[in-house]
Design a protein around this ligand. Sequence first.
Ligand code: ADP
Ligand code: NI
Length: 219
Amino acid sequence: MTQNDIIQRTTEYVKGEFQNDSSGHDWWHIQRVWKNALAICEHEKADGFIVQLAALLHDLDDWKFNASEDETPRRAKAWMEQNGIDPHITEQVCEIIMHISFKGAHVENKMTSIEGLIVQDADRLDAIGAVGIGRAFAYGGYKGRPLYDPDQPPQLHQNFEQYRNSRSATINHFYEKLLLLKDKMNTVTAQRIAQERHDFMVLFLDKFMDEWDGFGTRE
Ligand code: ADP
Ligand code: NI
């Protein structure tokens, strides 16, 4: 099998796995991360095959949907092994998947490879802007979270434990993660795109707060 064949097979596999998702982690999210990662890749010196595999497989073993004992991305690893991918490449892709997720405002990013930094940027770009707003509320609904609770202030988490256990309202998620992403982009390409998406979220939050109390209460 050529590398192109493997990518093709992997898209079909991932499409099937994410078919009925309503948490914002559907196939279209994966496809955008894949496309965005390839676009960022054009401006960087990186291995395109590793970038594509990591982008396509990055959410298969996400901690938000799998209660796994350790951090090994089991399903992604099994898929690559079944398809005869070089163990060295499999290992690099697994390393990226293990470190891709945001784990709290004050938690250090452990991603080191350029391929990983690219896929992380592509994933984070899809968490902000108009699509990011839509995905945040989809995820909040999926988890049964309130839209907003004015009595519950956002928290900047010091560790992954706190972040994972948080049950706060979706609007808090903007302050706890989404508005922080602009300054956490790794590549210049992503930094540029993030700025515009960030500004749009700020505008959205302004409007949301304006409308929250009902128009009769304001002068
Ligand atoms: P990551 O692994 O970095 O969280 P994902 O690809 O899994 O990246 O995307 C995370 C998506 O899930 C984002 O769009 C984000 O808005 C949503 N999400 C995660 N946690 C929450 C939360 N507590 N409230 C609302 N949305 C959330
Ligand atoms: Ni993702």
